[in-house]
Design a protein around this ligand. Structure first.
Ligand code: NAG
Ligand code: NAG
Ligand code: NAG
Length: 441
């Protein structure tokens, strides 16, 4: 008799096995990194805990939108100087974060640098909004964000139409005023422009609108996202066929990034990912705070929202969400194509701040698209920073001097003009305005 030669696995077998093996190795590697991540208290804190850590008062308000989403709003009612708590004429300001972000954006730097603290110490009543789908917007009165795909059937259009009015109304009601000042970063500006183009009531509620890196037109997007265009068909398929409406890989990525980026050796790699998205290496980025930022970014959104964003890039126009079929668009908009937003209907005074090194919102998109489109209003400020990228407006070490300080001064001027009496002094000056690195256009 003869023995059969032992069968050697084929080349294909090794190739197929390489995938699960690599996957398991990567997972193990991440678990080890997570287990040995250095303790960094700030990374584990939520927004109210962070605010308390720096010695500021904080309130949490749950806002219910007309379609049942429960959004957590955070408020710093006054600054560290307690005497301010009974000033009667504190300006009310609402800070609204961008895509895949949350209210942590405004409190992630120390008090001299982060917008919320700087404004609270200037005498403002500071509100921070959150939108549906992020860490503070995952609850609904009927739907479960974990199991109901219906929860995730939204895009920024729904944030503009339902989240924004609910957030503004709550801040007005609690603070007892008729109108407030608004600061939007990126998508936070987009939703305000979108809603202001259609909502007469909201126009009366906004005293001034400060748009930081406003992502309203994004046809000229650069960097990593531009290179990921090949993924758009996959994303669309995911959005229409998957029963998981959340952009899941993104949430998983956050868990991984939070543990990996906690290690000092990875600061360089992690921040370079950020720069590949937002714009080249920034001198205003504090690399030692990488773990704090990475434990808060990618706060959650829907696949449909990202599909809406890709439609803006491909169409080179800002329209309502395209359902992808004439029938569905007819049902939603009574028109086979989604309507284009008419920003000439925005009549609220606007202040625009943008960075020449921003890869998400390019110079061109601001100067030749947004500014001309806003021909129905007064653009009070047009400030272009020669070396700001997209995130420098929230995390930049000099943003308080370059951006928040001029906003504070503008807000105070508007408030002073409203007041008949001069018996109350509006806040305190924070920093002298500086024009050093600012190029005013
Ligand atoms: C604030 O109000 C309290 C009592 O309501 C008063 O004792 C205190 O002097 C006030 N502080 C300022 C700075 O006006
Ligand atoms: C960077 O952040 C650290 C704390 O995380 C802080 O001690 C340092 O002062 C910051 N640097 C700048 C330039 O703001
Ligand atoms: C604003 O610009 C649009 C085209 O972008 C034009 O149709 C409209 O008439 C302009 N409105 C004013 C007030 O100039």
């Amino acid at each position: 008799h003869h023995t059969r030669p032992s069968r050697k696995p084929s080349k294909g077998y090794y190739c197929i096995m390489a995938f699960p093996t690599t996957f398991v190795v990567i997972i193990l590697f991440m678990v080890i990194l997570a287990l040995f991540a250095p303790e960094n208290g700030e990374c584990r804190m939520n927004v109210p805990q962070t605010i308390r850590k720096w010695g500021y008062p904080v309130e949490t308000h749950n806002v219910i939108t007309e379609d049942g989403y429960v959004l957590e709003m955070h408020r710093i009612p006054h600054g560290r100087n307690k005497g301010m708590s009974n000033t009667t004429c504190r300006p009310v300001i609402l800070l609204q974060h961008g895509l895949e972000m949350d209210s942590s954006n405004w409190v992630d730097n120390p008090p001299e640098q982060a917008a919320a603290y700087v404004m609270a110490d200037a005498g403002f009543d500071v509100w921070m909004g959150n939108v549906r789908g992020n860490r503070y917007g995952r609850k609904h009165i009927k739907l479960d964000s974990g199991t109901d795909a219906k929860f995730w059937k939204f895009s920024w259009q729904d944030m503009a139409d339902r989240d924004l009015p609910a957030l503004v109304n709550r801040a007005l009601r609690e603070s007892g005023v008729d109108s407030l000042h608004y600061v939007g970063h990126s998508q936070g500006s987009l939703i305000m422009f979108a809603r202001l183009s259609e909502d007469e009531r909201l126009k009366k509620q906004i005293s001034s609108f400060h748009a930081l890196a406003p992502a309203v037109y994004v046809a000229n997007i650069k960097g990593l996202f531009r290179r990921f265009q090949f993924a758009i068909p996959m994303l669309r398929w995911w959005n229409s066929h998957s029963t998981i409406g959340e952009l899941v890989p993104v949430s998983l990525f956050r868990l991984a990034s939070a543990s990996i980026c906690a290690h000092t050796f990875s600061f360089g790699i992690c921040s370079s990912i950020l720069f590949n998205i937002a714009g080249p290496q920034s001198q205003y980025y504090n690399e030692t705070r990488t773990p704090v930022y990475f434990s808060h970014v990618l706060s959650g959104t829907s696949a449909r929202n990202v599909v809406h964003w890709t439609q803006m890039v491909i169409d080179r126009a800002t329209r309502k969400f395209d359902f992808g079929s004439r029938r569905k668009n007819m049902a939603a908009y009574k028109s086979p194509n989604p309507p284009i937003y008419d920003f000439s209907k925005v009549t609220v005074p606007v202040h625009i701040y943008w960075g020449a090194k921003d890869w998400l919102v390019s110079d061109e998109d601001i100067e030749s698209r947004l500014i001309p489109a806003l021909n129905g209003t007064r653009i009070e400020t047009r400030r272009k920073f020669a070396d700001y990228n997209h995130f420098d407006f929230v995390w930049g070490t000099t943003a308080s001097r370059d951006v928040y300080s001029p906003i504070i001064n503008d807000v105070k001027q508007v408030e002073a003009a409203k007041l008949e009496s001069t018996t109350c002094t509006i806040g305190l000056p924070v920093f002298p305005p500086s024009n050093e690195i600012i190029r005013v256009t």
